[in-house]
Design a binder for this molecule. Structure first.
Ligand SMILES: [Zn+2]
Length: 416
């Protein structure tokens, strides 16, 4: 394994409970996502619940060492499975579970994104997170640790009881808080702002990595413009403490403002450059292979592509705003993969020539594409493809790409 950058990124989610402010804590590194606790006069409030019953139990045990007060409410920052699937552990059957009226979830049978082809989504989720990979291959998942409890994964969700339609002040048993709609990674995001402590729980609208503007597990277009607007709003709160849904909390108003503002600036840059390219009629493949962040953005440690990725995000922006058609009438028609492969063989002068080119090329992306041609014609190129993906994974700083390469390589090795 040569990927030292991604190994270092694991320092963003060391397992432990971190004190944010008097009576406020966050549990980092127990699960893919963080769980937060706010202690009031006679009870505590919980923000998000992790992805599994096993992780939630471990977190609750730690929280009980800090406060023995009962849990009076649970708040879901948004509906993604990694934030709502440990609720049953914190829930006693009586508490309020508060979230946005736009609440939707990617958990199957809960609504929202579950209308996507669920088997494809499940398989791609497993690949993105490297589920089932050998421990030697697992570094992290970009937004959290690879090694974490899988017991009760996705099984502890409890339906929300209270849906807020407008931003509103709420009394967390003596602690003043404001619940604010802030669409970003999802349309249904709410953030929790404690003005007296200047403490902001921002959900997944910011974490210490390039944002997951597009998730390769499969996701509908995430509205980049709204996400950028929300980041501007959050930056202007001038929080002293920022507790994100993934990665370590941040302290210091200037630094937090810079983190939120530069992430917004990056999103706007990406939108602007992709739009410029599309307006100039530049093919999307050429837009995504030439797009680069300016140095003042690429140098930010929190914009490194450990979780999201610039090229994927530009592609998702183009297809999210204009759909799949790229304006070139050539692409109004389609040639299927087998027919295309047969045409390539004809062009190359025989299948042996495709094999020779596959073995000879130093371009690993091209090697994968040639392997796909061979495999589509029933040629035994699976081993070559698996080896190529493992080589790519070694130098890939994006955890989800790395996991997907290794997951698919393992599947091919097993003859699936
Ligand atoms: Zn999340």
């Amino acid at each position: 394994m040569t990927n030292s950058y991604l190994v270092k990124h694991s320092k963003q989610f060391p397992k432990g409970i971190i004190k944010l402010s008097e009576g406020c804590w966050t549990a980092v590194g127990y699960a893919a996502s963080n769980v937060h606790m706010i202690e009031g006069r006679n009870s505590v409030s919980i923000i998000d619940t992790s992805e599994s019953i096993g992780a939630a139990r471990n977190i609750l045990a730690e929280f009980k060492n800090l406060s023995s007060k009962p849990i009076s409410r649970i708040i879901y920052s948004h509906g993604h499975r990694d934030h709502i699937s440990g609720a049953r552990v914190f829930y006693d059957g009586t508490q309020e579970i508060i979230t946005s009226h736009k609440f939707t979830s990617d958990l199957v049978n809960v609504g929202g994104e579950s209308t996507a082809p669920s088997l494809a989504l499940k398989k791609r989720t497993e690949a993105q997170f490297g589920m089932g990979l050998d421990s030697k291959d697992r570094i992290n998942i970009g937004c959290g640790p690879a090694n974490r409890p899988m017991e009760g994964l996705g099984q502890g969700f409890i339906q929300p009881t209270t849906f807020i339609e407008k931003d509103q002040d709420i009394n967390l048993d003596g602690i003043g808080a404001r619940l604010i709609h802030a669409p970003g990674e999802t349309e249904d995001h709410i953030v929790v702002w404690l003005p007296e402590k200047k403490l902001l729980f921002c959900g997944d609208n910011w974490y210490h990595s390039f944002p997951n503007l597009y998730a390769i597990r499969g996701t509908a277009y995430r509205d980049y413009g709204k996400w950028a607007d929300s980041l501007e709003f959050l930056a202007n709160l001038n929080a002293d403490i920022l507790a994100p849904g993934h990665t370590l909390p941040q302290f210091g108003s200037e630094k937090i403002r810079e983190m939120l503002s530069s992430t917004r600036k990056m999103i706007l840059f990406l939108m602007e450059k992709t739009t410029e390219g599309l307006n100039a009629g530049i093919p999307l493949d050429d837009i995504v292979t030439t797009l680069e962040l300016p140095e003042d953005l690429s140098s930010k440690p929190w914009l490194k592509e450990f979780y999201g990725k610039l090229s994927w995000s530009a592609r998702a922006y183009a297809t999210g705003t204009l759909g799949w058609y790229d304006g070139n009438p050539t692409n109004l028609g389609t040639i299927g993969t087998v027919e295309r492969a047969e045409l390539m063989v004809d062009l190359a002068g025989g299948i042996e020539e495709i094999w020779n080119a596959t073995k000879a090329t130093p371009n690993l992306q091209w090697k994968l594409e040639l392997c796909d041609i061979l495999i589509s014609l029933g040629q035994p190129a699976e081993k070559t493809k698996a080896e190529t993906m493992r080589t790519l994974a070694d130098d890939e700083i994006n955890a989800t790409a790395r996991n997907a390469y290794l997951w698919e390589a393992k599947r091919l090795d097993q003859g699936k």
